[in-house]
Design a protein around this ligand. Structure first.
Ligand SMILES: C[S@@+](CC[C@H](N)C(=O)[O-])C[C@H]1O[C@@H](n2cnc3c(N)ncnc32)[C@H](O)[C@@H]1O
Ligand SMILES: [Zn+2]
Length: 278
């Protein structure tokens, strides 16, 4: 259908068709779309990159997540490591009572999660936001019709009460902003590591304390009304190549030496917490 139309043009059409959900991250005024990107009524303008993402972040990039980490995450997603998680989240989105649910992935990284989610919930309008230009640059190389923005979750470029689902997968949260943008009846789906997550990597790293998610859960419970919790605990078989990617994809192993023989399987232990506005 989009043959002969550049990636940038396709993205521009997608943003223009949904411009009403966005707002300026500087002054909160509404946007209008133009061939180069978007502009607010107060004249703040933001470019659409050739790759087809919108750059709505005005601060300086300082992140522990580099391009190699995102490339490794992309390989890990492609190997199916997170398929059971994507299946669970798809079910939650499908169970919503919305004809075209608007789903934000806040801290989407290189975008594989949303690109895969599109296959399961084709009626949804999908937006991935991340502060990393490297991450969003890779995200925009997916072919699925998802909108991608470089933006900060502490200052979301979205209108209040615009969003049906905030997805927050293994990423920092900003509950004040999540609450502001959620529609009444909207949900937050937070995915966090359980204490066995990537156990085999932790065991091979010097100086890594056992992981506890107690603090994250307390903060979450203070901010949203929890509707359901589930755990996903499974093993994935690892080849040498996948092991290398798994080690590279986690900030845990940055600046640390992984020692010992690679394992033959790796533990995935995730908690999925679903909640609504308090
Ligand atoms: C561990 S990665 C997870 C990425 C993705 N959800 C996934 O599962 O592959 C955490 C992500 O949070 C992003 N992040 C950190 N602080 C952020 C902020 N203030 N605004 C937007 N994204 C942020 C990072 O750039 C990184 O991509
Ligand atoms: Zn503005």
């Amino acid at each position: 259908m989009n043959e002969g139309v550049s990636k940038k043009e396709q993205a521009l059409r997608r943003f223009a068709a949904n411009i009403g959900v966005f707002r300026c991250p500087i002054c909160a005024a509404g946007f209008s779309a133009n061939p180069g990107g978007v502009r607010c009524s107060d004249n703040h303008s933001f470019d659409l990159a050739r790759k087809g993402y919108l750059n709505l972040f005005t601060g300086s990039q300082s992140t522990q997540y580099g391009k190699d980490l995102f490339l490794a995450r992309k390989k890990v997603f492609a190997a199916g490591v997170y398929d059971p998680l994507i299946g669970e989240v798809s079910n939650s989105v499908r169970s919503l009572n919305a004809e075209v649910p608007f789903v934000l992935d806040a801290g989407c990284g290189e975008g594989s999660f949303l690109a895969r989610l599109h296959g399961d919930v084709q009626n949804a309008l999908l937006l991935g936001i991340d502060i990393s230009r490297d991450g969003i640059g890779l995200a925009a190389s997916h072919h699925e019709p998802v909108m991608w923005c470089v933006a900060d979750i502490t200052r979301l470029p979205l209108c209040s009460k615009s969003t049906d689902v905030v997805l927050n997968v293994l990423s920092p949260a900003n509950y004040g902003e999540f609450q502001r943008i959620l529609k009444p009846g909207g949900i937050i789906i937070k995915v966090l590591p359980g204490e066995d997550y990537l156990r085999e990597i932790r065991q091979r790293l010097a100086g890594v304390a056992p992981y506890s998610n107690d603090e994250v859960i307390t903060k979450l419970e203070d901010n949203i009304s929890v509707r359901s919790r589930s755990s996903l605990h499974y093993e994935v078989n690892v080849t040498c190549e996948l092991w290398e990617a798994m080690v590279q994809m986690t900030p845990l192993s940055q600046h640390r030496e992984v020692s010992g023989e690679p394992p033959t399987s790796l533990t995935i232990d995730l908690q999925i917490i679903e909640g609504a506005l308090i």
